[in-house]
Design a protein around this ligand. Structure first.
Ligand code: ATP
Ligand code: MG
Length: 556
């Protein structure tokens, strides 16, 4: 397991683990991360991963990766693979082999028989509508099912028939016999098994009955010797049921469940169902679209695993659900990139500048440090007669507001190079400035002009003849609204139409084309960018904007 920049801080769960260890209740802490493979992992899961793997790391224990695969109709192998990649990329390694709830289906079946034999489970033929009527609601006790008093023999025979595929889906279920009047709805004879005539990604067609989450989860923990089963708050009401199973089954261990608050981020959604909708309706280009709050999307966006872990570890593990400001995540992204990303120059909206007092074939290899603080070596910047600067950095009229821009008769410093002075410019038929003619002020490499007329601004540039063309995808937040799925409307109506702007004709300094996919840079004055994980190549460079240099959303 790799260590993170900031180790997981202590929290109420780590305090419990520490006590359990010091008081001898456990010898070693065992946790697990139990995703259901019905979608890609998102930022909320990253938090759960950091909590579970973090505890194992902190106390020298183990953390399992276990797929909670009891719902074959929504699950896919693609998700199983992507989830493993994401956990590893975040820098964690699970203990031993990947585990699956489906590995234990035979045991669960035996344990269901055990409950039937001890008079604690029965096959119920109520239709889903009838069952919900019998269940009552929070303030109204439920009624016993008319099938509740079936004998163990009858139940065994019926359950066998369920297993053998002799009934249609929905015809009957196996239920625990607990208490239809319990104030906790989860204890009102919950479902243990339902019929689903679906092929399963791990077990194929072996089964047509599948255990419910509640029946499976605690038993999976017990089989694996999990000591602290950590989940999110919505499972707090399920804890008595979790404990009922552990008490009433011949399980080999007694795990305990602890709940903490879900991580929600503003300006995005963290629900696999909603994220799937964005993918299915092609609002984004797949689960790993850089605008998605998925781990693979954030990776493709250029967020580092270290930054994500630092963010997760900065959040309290608390007993309430909260909404975290996106700016907090972005702070950690910038902080990490500022420290690590090599600097480079790229011109996103190119305007040609001809330096008329240089020869046509002038080529001077200037150099600049790759990073201001780290020893990352130097980069070579070919300086030529024709260069590009950003259209934004030239203005036709001088004004105080534009004193840091290039304007006719005024000077500007080219970053890492010389001072130039604009002399004249040309426009196209539509009135756009298409060429600036400038002259180089001699002897100004790294020093001020001898005549004392110092430029006020510094602009980035790229050689027009020796730079390379690139595609840059400028990403912004996917949603305009702070709480896209917590207001009245539909979250799909809150999409930011400017969340992706593709700029095809950018110019990059030549070394950037050779960047390895997934390497990140600070494009000076523009922001942080990453070579696309899949589409970038030296022949066709593609960079994704990770984040701007400054927060432009807060106080907008
Ligand atoms: P979703 O609602 O997005 O589908 P889920 O809870 O159904 O999420 P699982 O695959 O069951 O997703 O989650 C695996 C683990 O990750 C669980 O222990 C769950 O509690 C935890 N988890 C899921 N979402 C969050 C979140 N937003 N914050 C913290 N932990 C989370
Ligand atoms: Mg779930």
């Amino acid at each position: 397991m790799t260590t993170s920049d900031t180790a997981a801080p202590s929290n109420f769960i780590s305090t419990i683990v520490e006590q359990d260890l010091s008081e001898g209740r456990i010898e070693k802490v065992v946790t697990r991360f139990p995703p259901e493979p019905n979608g890609y992992l998102h930022i909320g899961h990253a938090k759960a991963i950091c909590v579970n793997f973090g505890l194992a790391e902190q106390f020298g224990g183990a953390c399992n990766l276990r797929f909670d695969d009891t719902n074959p109709e929504k699950e896919e192998q693609e998700y199983v693979n992507a989830i493993q990649d994401d956990v590893r990329w975040l820098g964690f390694q699970w203990d031993g082999a990947v585990r699956y709830a489906s590995d234990y289906f035979d045991t669960f079946y035996q344990w269901a028989l055990h409950l039937i034999n001890t008079g604690k489970a029965y096959v119920c033929d109520l239709s889903p509508e009838q069952a919900s009527e019998y269940r009552g609601w929070a303030t109204k006790p439920g009624k016993d099912s008319p099938y509740r008093e079936r004998s163990a023999e009858e139940n065994l025979a019926l359950f066998e028939q369920m297993k053998n595929g002799e009934f249609d889906e929905g015809a009957c279920v196996l239920r625990a016999k607990i208490d239809m009047a319990s104030p906790n709805m989860n204890l009102r004879d919950p479902i243990l098994y339902r019929i689903r005539k679906e092929s399963h990604h791990q077990t194929g067609d072996k089964w047509c009955i599948y255990p419910s989450y509640d029946f499976a989860h605690g038993q999976e923990d017990a089989i694996e010797g999990v000591t602290h089963s950590i989940c999110t708050l919505e499972f707090a009401d399920h804890r008595p049921l979790y404990e009922w199973f552990i008490d009433n089954l011949p399980v080999p261990a007694t795990p305990r469940q602890y709940e903490f608050g879900r991580l929600n981020l503003n300006y995005t959604v963290t629900s696999k169902r909603k994220l799937k909708k964005l993918v299915d309706e092609a609002v984004v280009n797949g689960w790993d679209d850089p605008r998605m709050p998925t781990i693979s999307g954030m990776r493709r966006r250029g967020y580092s695993a270290t930054a994500l872990r630092n963010f997760c570890n900065s959040l309290a593990v608390s007993k309430t659900d909260g909404v975290v400001d996106m700016a907090q995540l972005e702070f950690f992204i910038r902080d990490d990139l500022n420290k690590t990303a090599p600097r480079a120059m790229a011109v996103l909206n190119p305007l040609k500048v001809e330096i008329t007092n240089l020869d046509k074939d002038h080529l001077e290899e200037l150099t600049a440090p790759a990073h201001p603080d780290l020893d990352l070596g130097e980069r070579v910047l070919p300086f030529t007669r024709e260069i590009y600067i950003d259209q934004e950095d030239f203005k036709e009229e001088y004004s105080k507001k534009f004193k840091k821009k290039l304007t006719p008769g005024k000077r500007i410093r080219l970053r890492n190079a010389y001072v130039i002075q604009a002399d004249e410019y040309e426009k196209d038929a539509e009135g756009n400035v298409v060429l600036v003619k400038a002259s180089l002020v001699p002897n100004t490499l790294g020093v001020d002009p001898e005549d004392g007329d110092k430029p006020k601004g510094v602009v980035h540039w790229v050689s027009a003849s020796h730079g390379q063309q690139a595609t840059v995808r400028v990403y912004d937040r996917l949603f305009m609204h702070e709480a896209p799925d917590r207001g009245d409307g539909d979250f799909m109506d809150q999409l930011n139409p400017q969340s992706l702007v593709t700029v095809e004709q950018c110019w990059i300094e030549p070394g950037l084309a050779e960047a390895a996919p997934e390497s990140g840079f600070q494009f000076e004055r523009e922001g942080y960018f990453v070579a696309d994980r899949y589409d970038h190549s030296s022949d066709h460079p593609v960079f994704n904007k990770t984040i701007g240099l400054r927060d432009t959303w807060t106080n907008k």
